[in-house]
Design a protein around this ligand. Structure first.
Ligand SMILES: [Zn+2]
Length: 121
């Protein structure tokens, strides 16, 4: 079980990497404003945007997650229906679109967790 104090908790729940209490994002993940981030942690005040273009490196995590989704979709289709090539492409694109908000948030949370550690008060 993932507990507060572990980096995985902060990443998967998109909580502040320092206090694990404040939300990094201001709206729910499946809302049209899923990408809106809080500028600072509402609990401890940590600056979520450390410098301009800070989350550029989050695309590495995003890429890895997307490849995992592609592989998962491929394996599911391959061992269930084994459709034609364009059906694979269609479902992979659908998978990418559906997972986009969660991928975006988890990638950013993972990126900031590389540089900031949990601190108990
Ligand atoms: Zn915080």
């Amino acid at each position: 079980m993932i507990r507060k104090g572990e980096k995985l908790y902060s990443v998967l729940c998109q909580k502040c990497p320092r206090c694990h209490e404040g939300n990094m994002f201001s709206h729910p993940v499946w809302s049209p404003r899923f990408a809106d981030m809080n500028k600072n942690c509402p609990v401890c005040g940590l600056d979520f945007i450390q410098e301009p273009s800070y989350y550029f490196g989050a695309m590495y995590f995003s890429y890895a997650i997307q490849v995992a989704v592609f592989v998962l979709v491929y394996l599911l289709l391959r061992y269930t229906t084994n459709p034609d090539t364009w059906t694979y492409v269609l479902y992979m694109v659908l998978g990418a679109v559906v997972i986009l908000p969660l991928n975006f948030r988890i990638s950013r949370a993972a990126w900031i967790n590389l540089f900031i550690s949990y601190k108990t008060r």
